[in-house]
Design a protein around this ligand. Sequence first.
Ligand code: SF4
Length: 235
Amino acid sequence: MDGINIKGVQKTSMIDYPGNIVSTVFLSRCNFRCPFCHNPELVFDEVKDDVDVGEFLSYLESKKGWLDGICITGGEPTLHLGLKGFMQKVKQLGMKIKLDTNGTAPEIMKELIEENLVDYIAMDIKASLENYETVVNVAVDKDKIMQSIELLKLGKVDYEFRTTAVPDLFDNEEAHSIGKMVKGAKKYSLQQFRNSDKVLDKSYQDKEPYLAPELQRFAKIIEDYVENVEIRGID
Ligand code: SF4
């Protein structure tokens, strides 16, 4: 299929789409450069072979009744011109779709919501607006980030906002500022940072993650702004 580069598929996931069994689809390229990113090979499009889209759709068809749907992640999926066409094909199979995005393309998100092509959107909030560019290491149209937030808050599709709590990039002040940005949202997830030698910026590979009580303290701050705050990635 033109305009979409699937670089990997995890055939079965019980954790990528809350409450659903899905296949997770990894798309290449990203317009951000988060230092803690765990998928730099996707961001820089270093994965050589594309997954055949037709074969993947046949696989999905064969799993109807077993799989609830797919999760589309990246990289940044909205950079792919063929995203909508691909989602239409998955919807024709009667499957649900969750989309992970960094929120830089509100106009695409709006179109997908209006055309009932997406069932759940998880949008990353990388930082407070003041610190966005420092965290993602590129110039950011912050109006678009806020437009995406406001769009999701309308509640026309299930959604969550989420932030990875990376030491040095996230603290009490950031928690307050991000809380204000997403104020009134239904759901927010604070994700534990995982260090590994895979991260995009190697100076983060040995960075110690926050301890659970620290994440709980941040979550408490955000609870002043959001109804349902979840912490992910701690035991
Ligand atoms: S963490 Fe997400 S938004 Fe950031 S560079 Fe990686 S894929 Fe892009």
